[in-house]
Write a protein that binds this ligand. Sequence first.
Ligand SMILES: [Zn+2]
Length: 280
Amino acid sequence: MFVNLEQATTLIIERATRLVSLLVEDRGHDKPPFLPEEYARLAGIKRIEKADLGHDRADAGAVLLRFRDGYVIKANQNQNLARQRFSCAHEIGHILLGELELEPLMEDVEFQTFNPQSQAKDRQSPRERLCDAAATELLMPESVFKKYLSGFDVSIKSLEQLANIFKVSVQSAAIRIAELNVQPCLALKWRSQTGTKSKSLRLAWCVPPGGKSRVKANYMPVHTIAGHTSALYKAYQSENYVKSSKLFRLGTVTRRCPMESKGFGREETRYVISLALLGK
Ligand SMILES: [Zn+2]
């Protein structure tokens, strides 16, 4: 018997949801944020500490250490808090994945499912993607996030509010909105193009309605580069909310959809997040 990635995703999210329920029961309410430290004891973690992970692991968000009497998570203190939280939740995902004992059943997934031509995020190993799915559910539990989402219109402003309420990055919240919003919407990230003379932005990722792991249809903007005169570039250069519209390829049809964008971060890490509503 083998499990495919979709089945494995369902299983690990179920496991994460169970941990969320335990926490809600334990603390007596389901109000966000849901922080990794709160899950620690329930997941057999002795402590979560902040550490300098050293030069070799400067890019790592966190590491999971296993001891006889429990786990220790070391979060990279040089990363911002939202990233540290997501990384710690991701490590809890590794614990849940271990408990599921799925890995012997999914050995062949790594080789079959992924197209080497696809974007970097798709190339990540299935194991890492499963732990990200668990982390997302732990920090932004579906039932709770949906409740908050139903009280907001989809906009960059509500995205910022949700990121703040759940204490996650704007990027993680944008992906979650695309995954869970009732009215279909897309979340996109744009980054400055490096190594070219002309100033422009390039699409870094695009999350379709329902999320990447669920939707087979190929939903993408027709143009994945935005020039220096575009509305997107205006968002990159200012601190304003910028409304525009964009052509999207939605499976077999092409349609123009309203989009709102804003720039975040500074200098070389600056990026633009867009939310596009697909309407009917
Ligand atoms: Zn990992």
